[in-house]
Design a protein around this ligand. Structure first.
Ligand code: BTN
Length: 267
């Protein structure tokens, strides 16, 4: 599909969805999150959506690069929920849930690794990056950025991540319709986001747990203040991971890079 057909088709699809208040569609952009942040700062409404088929400067968590070759779905949603800021990390749970549910709808058994990596057979298939601003107890905006390897050819990724990544097409061995996937994803996101706005946080976390494979596992988490190792035993109603160390100490972790120890052993 050429650029202008893609932009036209995507824009008109997005305009049929209630959740979407305004659509910004690009074939190529530096980063949908960067564009969405600029829009949010200048007052873009909740439900504004930025989408692209490739990114030149895709951003990942912890200042990493998110490789964004063709075949991906690169999407950022601008949200302005009226909930306590400490619940905002649950928005990444919602994005992960929507991704996993949509993938399972295609028969691909995706799971979530805390906090929000979506994986299939232990390989990453999607990533989520939240960027937000707020004042005191008010959230100004949250940009929820989602990068999904829909039809990415793993060999288009750098050697460093190639063997750790997969794509939906690669798993299914058949073509995926970008627009069908996008529609299902947004409707799954909208459903959970409605619960979130009604402050039904526990329900969301319970649902997240049912799609995650992190609990019960021995993990190592790289946090801002160092590495923590232990067993992941629960996630609380704000999305914090609860970990029990070998000494029996309990830790509550807001964010970090989570690694499964059994996968490290076999790496
Ligand atoms: C991760 O490190 O796992 C998060 C990756 C998030 C990538 C997405 S792609 C769409 C949006 N725009 C960006 O620049 N990043 C996010």
């Amino acid at each position: 599909m050429n650029e202008s057909v893609f932009v036209k088709k995507t824009t008109s699809l997005l305009h049929t969805l209630d959740f979407v208040k305004k659509a910004y569609v690009f074939d190529t952009v530096n980063s949908t999150n960067a564009t969405a942040r600029d829009l949010a700062k200048t007052g873009a409404a909740e439900g504004s959506v930025v989408i692209a088929r490739t990114q030149l400067q895709g951003r990942g968590r912890f200042e990493r690069v998110w490789e964004s070759p063709k075949g991906g779905l690169y999407l950022s949603l601008i949200l302005r929920p009226n909930v306590p800021p400490d619940k905002s990390s649950l928005l990444s749970f919602i994005a992960a849930l929507a991704t996993v549910k949509t993938m399972r709808g295609y028969g691909v058994f995706a799971t979530i690794k805390w906090p929000n990596d979506v994986r299939v057979h232990g390989k990453k298939i999607a990533g989520i990056l939240l960027e937000s601003e707020g004042q005191g107890q008010r959230i100004e905006y949250v940009v929820v950025g989602i990068g999904i390897n829909l039809a990415v050819d793993p060999t288009d990724l750098s050697a460093a991540i190639q063997t750790k990544s997969t794509s939906l097409e690669h798993e299914l061995k058949q073509p995926i319709d970008f627009h069908e996937f996008l529609k299902s994803f947004i409707s799954a996101f909208e459903q959970s986001y409605r619960h979130f706005k009604k402050q039904r946080f526990n329900e969301l976390v319970e649902e997240w747990k049912s799609y995650s494979d992190t609990l019960g596992k021995k993990i190592r988490v790289n946090t801002m203040t160092g590495d923590l190792e232990g067993t992941a035993y629960d996630v609380d109603s704000s999305g914090f991971l609860l970990l029990r160390t070998s000494k029996g100490e309990k830790k509550r972790i807001l964010s970090g890079d989570c690694l499964y120890v059994d996968e490290l052993d076999h790496a």
